[in-house]
Design a protein around this ligand. Structure first.
Ligand SMILES: C[S@@+](CC[C@H](N)C(=O)[O-])C[C@H]1O[C@@H](n2cnc3c(N)ncnc32)[C@H](O)[C@@H]1O
Length: 326
C-alpha cells in the first residue's frame, strides 16, 4: 500500500490493505467509490489502476467530494469523474453514462472531518446546531425532525436505529423538553437523553448514554438504511444483468453498471448495516451470480485500532460478480 499523501492520521482510511486485498485493482480498471469521503481508499486504488484506469467518485457531501477528487488527481494520472448525491442514485448515473465498474466500494457512515465539525451537528461531544445531514444542501435537519415527529414514532426510531433500551423514556423526555423550547443544539439533546437515564446506569455505562440516540437520529435524518437497501438492490440487479444479460424484453442495452468479474466491497460500522450487506451477498451467491470473497467479515488489525478507534467496529465484506451463472 503506498503511503498516504496526507500526514494527518484522520485522513487514513479504515482497513486499507484489506480493501486492496479483496478488490485486487488491476491497471486499466474502472473504480466506483460510492462514499468518496476524504479520498483515502480512492487514492490507493487509483495508484494501482493507473495508467488507463478511471475513478468515479460519489459523495452526498459536496465538499468532501471535491477534496477527494483533488487528492486522487494529485496522486495519479487518471480520469476522475465526480458525482454529487446519494449513492442510491450512483448505479443509474453510471448506466446513463455507459460506465461499467470493475471495482466498487461503499465505506458507510460519516467521515472524520464531518463528525469533528461542530457545525454539522453530528457529535454530542461538541456543541453545535442540530443538523446531522451528510449533504447539508438537501433534506431535513435533525432539529426539524425532532420538532415534528410524534412521541411513539420517535421512540420507535430510537429503538430501531439506536437499539436503545430506554427509547420510550428518552422519547418522552425529548417531547416534554420541546414543549418548553425547540431543541436546536447537540448539547441540549445530549443533556435530555442523559436525564432519561437513572444515575446508576450512567455510572456503569462504558459509553456516553447519548451515543445510541445520536446514531438513531443520524440514521433517520440521512435515511441510511433506505440508502443501503437501494444500493444492495442495485448490486443484485447489476449482477443479474452482468451474468444473465438484460433479458429479451427489457429494452436495456447489453451492459449495466457492474461488469462481469467486478469486485464489490462494503465496509459497515454497526450490525444494522452489516446484516443487510451479509444477507444480500449470501443471496447473490445462492443465485449463482457472485462468489463471496469473505465468508466472515474482515476486521481491523490491532495495530490499526490502536491509532484509529473507529476501525474497531469496521467490518469488510466483498463479493466477485460471476463471469457466468455459477
Ligand atoms: C467513512 S467516509 C468514507 C471515507 C473514504 N473511504 C476515505 O477513504 O476517505 C463516508 C463518506 O460517505 C458519505 N456518505 C454516507 N452516506 C452516503 C450516501 N447515502 N450517499 C453518498 N454518500 C454518502 C459521507 O458523506 C462520507 O463522506
Amino acid at each position: 500500500m503506498p503511503p498516504p499523501s496526507d500526514a494527518n492520521p484522520a485522513h487514513v482510511p479504515v482497513l486499507p490493505e484489506q480493501v486492496l486485498g479483496v478488490l485486487s485493482p488491476q491497471p486499466g480498471e474502472t473504480y466506483a467509490d460510492a462514499t468518496a469521503g476524504l479520498g483515502g481508499h480512492a487514492e490507493a486504488v487509483a495508484r494501482l489502476i493507473a495508467p488507463g484506469g478511471r475513478v468515479i467518485l460519489n459523495d452526498a457531501d459536496g465538499s468532501n467530494l471535491e477534496r477527494a477528487a483533488e487528492r486522487v488527481r494529485a496522486a495519479a494520472d487518471i480520469e476522475v469523474i465526480a458525482i454529487h448525491g446519494p449513492f442510491s442514485r450512483l448505479p443509474d448515473a453510471l448506466e446513463e453514462q455507459g460506465i461499467g465498474a470493475d471495482l466498487v466500494l461503499a465505506d458507510l457512515g460519516f467521515a472524520s472531518n464531518q463528525v469533528d465539525d461542530p457545525d454539522r451537528g453530528l457529535s454530542f461531544k461538541r456543541d453545535g446546531p442540530l443538523d446531522m445531514r451528510l449533504d447539508p444542501t438537501s433534506g431535513e435537519p435533525a432539529a426539524d425532525l425532532l420538532a415534528r415527529i410524534g412521541e411513539a414514532e420517535l421512540a420507535d426510531l430510537i429503538w430501531r436505529f439506536g437499539e436503545e433500551r430506554l427509547s420510550r423514556r428518552i422519547a418522552r423526555k425529548l417531547v416534554e423538553a420541546r414543549q418548553i423550547a425547540p431543541i436546536s443544539t447537540t448539547s441540549r439533546v445530549g443533556e435530555i437523553v442523559r436525564s432519561a437515564y437513572p444515575a446508576a446506569m450512567v455510572r456503569k455505562s462504558r459509553i456516553d448514554p447519548a451515543t445510541r440516540t445520536f446514531q438513531a437520529l443520524r440514521i433517520a435524518v440521512n435515511d441510511e438504511m433506505g440508502q443501503l437497501e437501494a444500493l444492495l438492490a442495485a448490486i443484485e440487479r447489476g449482477a443479474a444483468r452482468a451474468v444473465q444479460g438484460p433479458g429479451p424484453d427489457s429494452g436495456l442495452g447489453e451492459s449495466g453498471w457492474l461488469k462481469k468479474g467486478a469486485r464489490v466491497a462494503m465496509i459497515s460500522f454497526h450490525s444494522l448495516e452489516d446484516r443487510p450487506v451479509k444477507q444480500a451477498f449470501v443471496r447473490l451467491a445462492e443465485r449463482g451470480l457472485a462468489e463471496r470473497l469473505t465468508r466472515k467479515p474482515i476486521t481491523a488489525y490491532e495495530s490499526e485500532t490502536r491509532g484509529n478507534p473507529r476501525a474497531r467496529s469496521a467490518k469488510l465484506r466483498a463479493v466477485r460478480i460471476a463471469d457466468h451463472l455459477l
